[in-house]
Design a protein around this ligand. Structure first.
Ligand SMILES: [Fe+2]
Length: 223
């Protein structure tokens, strides 16, 4: 069936016509792991990915899990590892994952712009898709930021089987030289979002042995 033909059909639940906004691609996957450090070693040393940010359980007042974000290109993450190695972590988190254990946490679809992202909000609401988290901005310093990392503007929901789905735009670009967020990208994005280019600074880059939250908390402080 052609996409234009499909778009002429209506959602039987809402009787609304289906006009999904544009997706760029599947860009990253969140994975629940039993042992965060072992998983990080595997994706770094065997798979050759680079660590963009990492924090331990309890480091981030906005998220109880240890998380490591890894990349193979210059976007902040293509894999996020979520450590489910502590019993207290085996609860649905605020992004709303129903089942504990290991495996898929969420699949993230990238869209082109904040405008496209807002079209997705409307489209999902029209089709009665319930958000499990968001819309939010994963940033410790952005004026709309929620204290987490990645800089992406995101929202989360489930597919019919309970798999986590994320729609996002504007993930941070990383400088290969020092692991920092690209300054120009950061200030351009602030301006696009309607803020002064200098209204805040990027969080400090992660370095081995230091939790990302030591560098990240600027606006929120620690619990
Ligand atoms: Fe994600």
């Amino acid at each position: 069936m052609s996409s234009s033909k499909k778009n002429e059909e209506a959602n039987p639940k809402t009787n609304k016509k289906l006009f999904p906004p544009k997706l760029n691609r599947v860009q990253h996957i969140g994975i629940k792991v039993h042992n965060l450090d072992l998983a990080v070693e595997f994706y770094r040393d065997i798979m050759g990915m680079k660590i963009s940010d990492k924090y331990e359980p309890g480091d981030n007042p906005h998220n109880p899990w240890g998380i490591c974000f890894l990349r193979s290109g210059n976007l902040h993450h293509e894999i996020s590892l979520i450590g489910y190695d502590k019993k207290e972590n085996l609860k649905p988190n605020r992004i709303g994952i129903r089942e504990p254990g290991v495996g898929l946490h969420h699949i993230a679809f990238e869209v082109d712009s904040k405008e496209e992202f807002e079209s997705w909000i409307s489209h999902l609401k029209e089709n009665k898709i319930e958000f499990t988290a968001g819309p939010l901005v994963h940033s410790p310093t952005h004026p709309e930021g929620d204290g987490t990392l990645g800089e992406n503007r995101a929202l989360y929901f489930y597919d019919p089987s309970g798999n986590g789905i994320e729609i996002f735009c504007d993930m941070a670009r990383i400088n290969e030289e020092d692991n920092s967020i690209e300054e120009k990208w950061f200030r351009d994005r602030l301006q696009k979002d309607g803020y002064s280019r200098n209204s805040c600074n990027p969080s400090r880059p992660w370095i081995p042995g230091r939790s990302s939250m030591e560098g990240a908390i600027e606006k929120f402080g620690k619990k």
